[in-house]
Design a protein around this ligand. Sequence first.
Ligand code: NAD
Length: 418
Amino acid sequence: MADEVNPFESLGEQIDDAAQYVDVSDGMLERLKNPERVLETNLTVEMDDGTTEVFTAYRSQFNGDRGPYKGGIRYHPEVNREEVKALSGWMAYKTAVVGIPLGGGKGGIVIDPEQYSENELERVTRSFAKELRPLIGVDKDIPAPDVNTGQREMNWIKDTYETLENTTEPGVITGKSIADGGSEGRVEATGRSTVLAAREAFDYRDEDIADATVAIQGYGNAGWITADLVDEMGATVVAVSDSSGGIYSEDGFDPVAVKDHKNETGSVVGYHGADEEISNDDLLTLDVDLLVPAALGNAIDAELAEDVTADVISEAANGPITPAADEVLSEKDVLVIPDILANAGGVTVSYFEWVQNRQRFHWTEERVNNELESIIVEQFWNLVDAFEDHDLSTFRVAAYVVALQRIDDAAEEFGPWP
Ligand code: NAD
């Protein structure tokens, strides 16, 4: 059972930890720990049978000192104000740690999308887009897909916005298909940054990722791309898992063949090339060089962390390690590359999508990947500098120190507006 965590309190603690190493005033710190504004709205929507239902929806604009607010919109029955606020804050610190000129935002609707028809979901989404219209815009706030939302929902939001504004503005949304103004390399971007950051971490330890054994929890978009790219670098992927369980092979897997098996059967379990089936807890505690949690938040709690034996963890998932587990891993000298850098490839290529939309110009995949690599590599070594200069306990604290400093610098530049 994972440690109980209130996400907004966790965010506040992470910022407080970092603030000890940043010359930030108490007043400014208070600002940088809280959202600038939160829209809470009740959407009244007509159902297919003619009845009406009300759905609570949120958009938190956490910080826009470094640029337009940026972050996804999720549909889930457990969406709530505290979580949306926290997620918007993590976006602000994530965009700051990679140094892209965007702020942080997040939104959500309290809804179980499986219970509604496509027409009902369209009306719910367009109703939310109407509420969002004064807040969003290519220079104001740029939503993206998140849990249970995708291209379809983003198209509805973009179309509602463009219709009401009487304009074409593809950059008001990211995560679009290529045909609709999306970027090459976006689908692979999260796994790519997870692997690039890991490669640099091995380099920092005077080791070569090509010699590493790797275990990956979760074989969805982020997990499978991580497996494919780390395999390309010469590392050996010995264990992977999904919600049905895990598989292990001492000699390593062909990531593409495992992916094909999952596409055919719905799970990695049962893949013919596995030596044995293992549980997710077995996978997380395997004796490997690199562990990549790429499934859910809070996957590693303090109890499990005691048994983790990996040397490096690259967090593809958001918040896969509880704060208590983080302390245990730090005492054990496990190098944890925090989510706000490791999985920041996604938002970085979303930023490239926005840049391309503004330029009305399409970049090649090679250009996208090269730009992403140079950002992740440069920012990884910035974390190393902060980690060493301040003699910090973890790379996570280093990431928040770097990000807080950048946001504070931007905020101080202008000061409060009367
Ligand atoms: P996804 O839905 O494509 O894949 C999730 C995978 O996790 C699936 O294989 C699923 O079976 C597995 N899973 C679910 N519950 C599990 C469990 N209890 N144990 C083991 N495996 C389990 O999602 P994704 O896009 O790959 O995202 C994965 C994580 O990465 C999430 O935390 C997400 O927030 C984070 N992330 C993704 C992106 C992105 O661009 N895709 C960007 C930033 C962060």
